[in-house]
Design a protein around this ligand. Structure first.
Ligand SMILES: NC(=O)c1ccc[n+]([C@@H]2O[C@H](COP(=O)([O-])OP(=O)(O)OC[C@H]3O[C@@H](n4cnc5c(N)ncnc54)[C@H](OP(=O)(O)O)[C@@H]3O)[C@@H](O)[C@H]2O)c1
Length: 313
């Protein structure tokens, strides 16, 4: 088992980042700003490794895992989920000081099992997933100082891993939510719903606005205030469901009927998702107490009729 000084600090770490993509570059930039010392950046595309190494003041970069500096004692594996296990296996075959190595991956869906080859060699393994979204757009890394004001879903088989994960998260100004290994999939589903599906919904709304002649960028300018307003309402509510407004919240079945007629004529591929979300929104409105059981039943009947007709059409 690795022994870290009781009050270990950033100066104790010699960091190698593997994977200079969306998350890796943002995370390394933020850790570097907090004083973490990077000794190497390794990436499949060498030019990306070189560029990031330069900005981190790291003396070394490569496109080969074999080149990993021996002094590495904090390994950040920010490669795609599908590559984590095989990259960890390849690293476990190198000559490194595994008994003093901390190895971290950032996948929301995978546990530290993906790092078991390194754990078997004596490394402390950690899975810590930022509940945040990262893209390769430069602004995501450079213009968002609050990027890491988020939670990390933290899982580690040993208490040392939990302690180190907390320390790194706190250094970034982040909070920690300890996630049991067998709850990681559930945890990740919520992340996909709150971020990815928001993008998908917004892109569907932009398709609807294309019917009014707006380009996606113009459409987003119109959407942004209502989206931010909705977020703000949810922020101030005890339960997000209290923030519902709109036709279903008012029990207005006729408006829903008009939406469905229009969509099935103009954008039929959106009907199934509209119906599915409308059904769930009825549940939200019932929970909020803004519609009666009979108003809910009217809307649900309408939605089911419509869905049945579409399936048979
Ligand atoms: N993006 C997010 O919002 C987000 C949020 C939370 C957690 N995460 C997690 O962060 C991790 C990275 O995701 P990402 O979105 O940053 O992906 P990404 O932008 O595609 O970056 C992955 C990086 O890994 C490199 N890579 C892949 N296989 C490699 C290998 N065998 N050796 C060396 N480098 C390799 C890729 O290099 P090339 O570009 O040269 O192929 C790329 O630079 C994943 O575990 C993901 O679940 C991402």
């Amino acid at each position: 088992m690795m022994s870290l000084p009781a009050n270990f600090s950033v100066e104790d770490f010699r960091v190698t980042l593997v994977g200079a993509g969306a998350l890796g570059s943002a995370l390394a930039t933020a850790l570097h700003a907090k004083g973490y010392r990077f000794v190497s950046v390794i990436n499949r595309t060498a030019a990306d490794a070189q560029q990031l190494a330069l900005s981190l003041g790291a003396p070394h970069y490569s496109d080969q895992l074999l080149d990993m500096p021996h002094e590495t004692n904090l390994l950040l594996l920010a490669v795609n989920d599908g590559a984590i296990e095989s990259v960890a296996e390849k690293i476990s075959e190198l000559r490194l000081g595994f008994k003093t190595l901390v190895a971290i991956h950032f996948s929301g869906a995978l546990s530290t099992d993906a790092l078991k080859s390194l754990g078997a060699k004596g490394a402390i393994t950690i899975a810590m997933h930022p509940f945040q979204t990262f893209t390769r757009q430069a602004h995501a890394r450079l213009e968002r100082p609050d990027l890491f004001k988020c939670y990390f879903g933290l899982q580690a088989p040993e208490i040392e891993g939990i302690e180190i994960g907390k320390k790194i998260a706190h250094d970034l100004g982040s909070k920690v939510m300890v996630v049991p290994k067998d709850a990681k999939t559930l945890y990740h589903i919520a992340g996909v719903m709150t971020s990815n599906y928001l993008v998908t919904l917004t892109s569907l709304a932009a398709e609807v606005f294309a019917g009014l002649g707006l380009q996606p960028k113009e459409a987003f300018k119109v959407f942004e205030p209502i989206m931010l307003g909705t977020l703000d309402n949810m922020r101030h509510a005890d339960d997000a469901r209290e923030s519902l407004s709109g036709p279903i919240e008012r029990g207005d079945a006729r408006t829903i009927q008009k939406h469905l007629n229009e969509l099935s004529e103009q954008l039929p591929h959106i009907v199934p998702v509209y119906v599915a979300l409308a059904i769930e929104t009825v549940r939200v409105a019932i929970h909020k107490g803004s519609i009666s059981q009979s108003e809910a039943a009217d809307i649900l009947d309408l939605l089911e009729d419509f869905a049945r007709r579409e399936t048979n059409a």
